[in-house]
Design a protein around this ligand. Structure first.
Ligand SMILES: NC(=O)c1ccc[n+]([C@@H]2O[C@H](COP(=O)([O-])OP(=O)(O)OC[C@H]3O[C@@H](n4cnc5c(N)ncnc54)[C@H](O)[C@@H]3O)[C@@H](O)[C@H]2O)c1
Length: 234
C-alpha cells in the first residue's frame, strides 16, 4: 500500500490490519510511515513512487518477505490547488510523475506477482476532481482522470486473475486538506453547498470502501469507479 503514512492511506492500513492483513507500507514520509507500520505490525518501505527503480526493488523485497502479493492499494498522491498560471512546469511535472507515474510504476512492478497469486486486487485513488470542474484543479484533475483512463485500458491487459477498481474521494478530513479546513474554506457552513450529506468525509469511511474492493465481497466488481463523496454537488 502506498501513501500509508498519512490520511486515508494510514486509515486503510489500520483497517486492513484489524482484518488480519499482512502489509507492506510505502511512503516518503519516514516518521509517519514508521509510526503507522508499528501500529499495524507492517513492514515500512521508504519509497518515492515516482522512482521506478526504487518501486521495483521495494515491491520485490516486500513480496519475498511476505511470501507473495495479492493486493495493491495506490493511495499516495499530491495536490496543487491553484490556477494553471501559478503552477510551475516543475510542479506540474512532479504532480504527473507522482499521481500517474507512481501508480503506473507500482502496477508494472506488482502485476506479475498479483497475477501469480490470483484473486488479486488493485485499488487506485482517483478523485472527484477527475470528473468535475473544480477551480484550481486542472493539473491535479488531469492526473486523477488519467488514472481512470489507465484503468479502462488495463482491464484489456491484466487478465482474469486481477481485479482493478478506483475510488474517487470527495472532501475528506486529512492533512492534505488541513490548510483549507483551518482557513475556513472547507468550513461546516461551506460543506452545506459542497455535498448532499453536508459534511467532510473521514479517512475511515474511505478505508471501508478500499476494504470492500479488496475482498471476496466484491468478487465480481472490476473496472468500477466508486465515488465516496457524500454526494458531491459540483
Ligand atoms: N483529502 C481529500 O479530500 C482527497 C480527495 C480526493 C482524492 N484524494 C486522494 O486521496 C489520496 C490520499 O490523500 P490524503 O488526503 O490521505 O493525503 P495525505 O497528504 O494525508 O497522504 C498522502 C500520502 O502520500 C504520500 N506521498 C506523497 N508523495 C509520495 C511519493 N512520491 N511516494 C510515496 N508516497 C508519497 C505522503 O507522504 C502522504 O503520506 C491521494 O491520492 C489524494 O490525491 C484526496
Amino acid at each position: 500500500m502506498t501513501g500509508a503514512a498519512s490520511g486515508m492511506g494510514a486509515a486503510t492500513a489500520r483497517l486492513f490490519a484489524q482484518h488480519g492483513a499482512k502489509l507492506a507500507l510505502f511512503d516518503v514520509n519516514e516518521a509517519g510511515l514508521n509510526e503507522v507500520a508499528e501500529e499495524t505490525a507492517a513492514t515500512p518501505y521508504l519509497v518515492d513512487v515516482s522512482d521506478a527503480a526504487q518501486v521495483t526493488d521495494a515491491v520485490n523485497t516486500a513480496a519475498k518477505a511476505m511470501g507473495g502479493l495479492d493486493g495493491l492499494a495506490n493511495v499516495a498522491g499530491i495536490l496543487a490547488m491553484k490556477p494553471i498560471a501559478e503552477i510551475s512546469p516543475e510542479e506540474q511535472d512532479r504532480i504527473l510523475r507522482v499521481n500517474i507515474g507512481g501508480v503506473a510504476n507500482m502496477i508494472r512492478a506488482a502485476l506479475p506477482l498479483l497475477q501469480e497469486a490470483g484473486d488479486s486486487t488493485i485499488v487506485n485513488f482517483s478523485s472527484y476532481g477527475a470528473m468535475r470542474a473544480g477551480p484550481g484543479l486542472s493539473i491535479y484533475g488531469a492526473s486523477k482522470a488519467g488514472l481512470l483512463a489507465m484503468q479502462q485500458s488495463l482491464i484489456n491487459d491484466i487478465g482474469p486473475r486481477v481485479r482493478i477498481n478506483s475510488v474517487c474521494p470527495g472532501v475528506i478530513e486529512t492533512p492534505m486538506n488541513q490548510k483549507r479546513i483551518d482557513s475556513g474554506h472547507l468550513s461546516e457552513d461551506r460543506m452545506k453547498k459542497i455535498n448532499q450529506l453536508q459534511r467532510r468525509g473521514r479517512s475511515e469511511e474511505l478505508a471501508e470502501a478500499v476494504l470492500f474492493l479488496s475482498c471476496e465481497e466484491s468478487s465480481f466488481v472490476s473496472n468500477a469507479v466508486l465515488e465516496v463523496s457524500g454526494g458531491q454537488l459540483n
